[in-house]
Design a protein around this ligand. Sequence first.
Ligand code: ADP
Ligand code: MG
Length: 256
Amino acid sequence: MEQTETKVHVEPTNEDIIVCSQINKWFGSHHVLKDVNLTVKKGEVLVILGPSGSGKSTFIRTINGLENIQEGQITIDGISLSHDIKDIEAIRKETGMVFQQFNLFPHMTILKNITLAPIWVRKKPKAEAEKNAYELLERVGIPEQANKYPGQLSGGQQQRVAIARALAMQPEIMLFDEPTSALDPEMIKEVLDVMKELARSGMTMLCVTHEMGFAREVADRIVLFDDGEIIETGTPEELFDHPKHERTKLFLSQIL
Ligand code: ADP
Ligand code: MG
């Protein structure tokens, strides 16, 4: 089902769903996020690029409270991220996260992996959680895998389960940290296709990725990190075709 238009999804809304202002974070004396300011609209798809060690993972982990920050303010869908565990829990419910290593529970079936949190955290009845899980497996294209264990699936299939598992919590925002970096080349497309469908459905997405084709096709906006700072943001056309900063040009020359 290839789409012909340049943007694969709906226009983002005008509602701010993520507001980060003046974020600063240190690991010991190492300053890893430096005055990061970023606002994301509901429905927007952001791709985060940058060299290894530039703070991309740390940044998206701060958004769902996996990492704390020493300075600045993060507001997710109106909830201010504080040290209060209640706020962190509320924000975790709003954000689904998909990692490079799929992080599925190896001793549980695919169905159990997907229904665990909805049943225990969302208090969904088991039958409803399972019905929803089957629908999600259908959505990510692997309905026949429900009763297998993660080890019986290919990497691409496992990552699609990880996406289904995150979606089962009905998040407002999906965070992806290099979701295709651990995959064999032939499996990358099947995961990117699921992400494109998600973008098309209007999901707010922050994606750290090195997949430039995906970035160009799907991103509303690209953010380039370097040494803990956002050095440039723009549409894919602006950033790839007319980069402003020398460091952006250097980065692009190394990866394209
Ligand atoms: P990226 O995802 O862009 O490769 P990271 O956010 O993982 O970068 O890392 C940013 C910097 O923070 C790097 O210098 C990294 O070594 C450091 N770092 C990341 N996680 C930790 C940690 N838990 N403890 C100490 N330093 C860390
Ligand atoms: Mg990283």
